[in-house]
Design a binder for this molecule. Structure first.
Ligand code: ZN
Ligand code: MG
Length: 441
């Protein structure tokens, strides 16, 4: 059994009965006749390991479970231009499907596949054309009612069971995520070593991309943020085209995708290799808040607990540094800390950088009624990423202006704690300054 056939079997188990139809992502045009680099749909790939476009998976639950792939046909002419295609015959054998057909046969075969089944499961409402295709198949079965065929009477969103499955990473996923994280730690170290006053942000971005690609990563898992000085206070800064200046910090949020899995690391370091006094104070504060957050990541804790722990340390620091007035409790209760820390301390990580999975139990699902945050379980992977962003303002000492710091690591939840995948990216003040000093010879 491959990890993929194992997941198909587990999903079929959760469905109990009915038919699921799961399509991969379409190809997207970038301009005129040029396409964006193709990226499969995460749900589809999770169940198949098959990365060609135009593919559809059909799963039939019940007494005789079956998994059926529809994929592009072999076509010598097209393969000369666009490259090798697996074709249904080889796909069935290689990927362990019970049956395989060409994509062109899908619409003709769907009605007979869903006929006399109690339920139809698919990704509802994401793509209008796909919704219409499912309804066309349903109506084709209904048209045969006088011949004694029944159309499924219930629709289910297949994302719900899949999201729950994807939250817990199996061993195959864990090893890919560890490797993706390793590559990204090397990329951050390389970027650190290349940083100089006068360099452009995109030059440092190129160092990241170099390390990603030479290590076999398909692509960055998301748009890399390479933000010098004030740009670090723009949370989704992506232009990466400014000059790095002596005395500024550089914030880099970048991670590669490997084998379909994301990594997501943020490090912040001084452009000139030495933290100033104010930079040092705020950096150590964010680092301390991250340590407090790690302490709360363990099986059984609520998802929100590590965020709350980080906020408490940050709020104390903002008061101590005289950035905010009042008691720590009032700073937290009134939310005034949000002026400098406005995002949450992390998210699920997996095939998608903000990975599938609810943060609260679904109504009617396991743990519902509790109206509480989801409890962490061993095998969940998440980011821990506190930060602090200080924009220029009359009521803030100038030494703090434009300090934007985030420190982000990827961790897997374990029974009595967590394992950090990304420790190899330098993080303490001493380590960062030593790496940058070494690079300068
Ligand atoms: Zn993140
Ligand atoms: Mg990030």
């Amino acid at each position: 059994m491959t990890p993929y056939s194992d997941r198909r079997a587990r999903l079929i188990d959760r469905m109990g009965s009915g038919v699921a139809v799961i399509a991969t992502a379409p190809e997207r045009t970038r301009n005129r006749d040029t396409h964006y680099g193709y990226r499969h749909d995460s749900y589809f790939y999770y169940l198949t390991g098959f990365s060609e476009p135009e593919a559809v998976l059909v799963l039939i639950a019940g007494d005789v479970p079956r998994s059926i792939l529809f994929c592009r046909e072999k076509n010598e002419e097209r393969e000369i231009w666009d490259g090798w295609r697996c074709g249904p015959g080889a796909a069935r054998e290689r990927y362990g499907f019970d049956e395989a057909f060409t994509s062109a046969e899908l619409d003709a075969k769907l009605p007979e596949l869903i006929a006399d089944q109690p339920s139809l499961h698919y990704v509802i409402g994401e793509d209008a054309a796909w919704d219409a295709r499912m309804m066309t198949a349903l109506n084709a079965v209904r048209a045969q009612s006088r011949a004694g065929r029944f159309a499924p009477s219930r629709l289910f969103d297949i994302r719900q069971p899949l999201d729950d499955m994807r939250l817990i990473k199996d061993l195959h996923e864990q090893s890919l995520m560890r490797r993706a994280a390793d590559i990204s730690t090397r990329a951050h170290r390389r970027a650190m070593q290349a940083t100089r006053a006068g360099a452009m942000e995109y030059e440092i971005e190129a160092e990241l991309l170099h390390e990603f690609r030479r290590s076999g990563s398909e692509a960055p898992a998301y748009g890399s943020i390479v933000a010098g000085g004030a740009n670090a206070c723009v949370l989704h800064y992506v232009s990466n085209d400014a000059e790095l200046r002596d005395g500024d910090l550089l914030l880099i949020d970048a991670g590669c995708e490997l084998g379909g899995y994301a990594s997501d690391i943020t490090r912040t370091w001084p452009v000139n290799g030495r933290f100033s006094g104010a930079q040092r104070d705020v950096y150590q504060l964010v680092l301390d808040s991250q340590d407090a957050a790690f302490e709360k990541v363990r099986a059984g804790a609520r998802f929100i607990d590590y965020h709350d722990a980080a906020v408490r340390v940050l709020a104390q620091g903002f008061v101590d540094l005289k950035l905010l007035e009042g008691s720590v409790d009032s700073v937290i209760e009134q939310g005034s800390y949000r002026r400098f820390y406005m995002h949450r301390t992390g998210h699920w990580l997996g095939m998608d950088v903000h990975d599938a999975g609810e943060y609260r139990p679904a109504p009617g699902g396991a743990g519902a009624g509790e109206q509480d945050w989801r409890r962490l379980e061993a095998g969940m992977v998440l980011t821990v990423e506190p930060g602090c962003y200080i924009r220029p303002s009359d009521d803030v000492p100038e030494a703090f202006w434009n300090i934007g710091i985030r420190i982000e690591d990827d961790v897997i939840v374990e029974a009595d704690g967590c394992d950090i995948y990304t420790t190899a990216a330098p993080k303490t003040i001493a380590d960062i300054e030593a790496v940058m000093q070494d690079a300068r010879g």
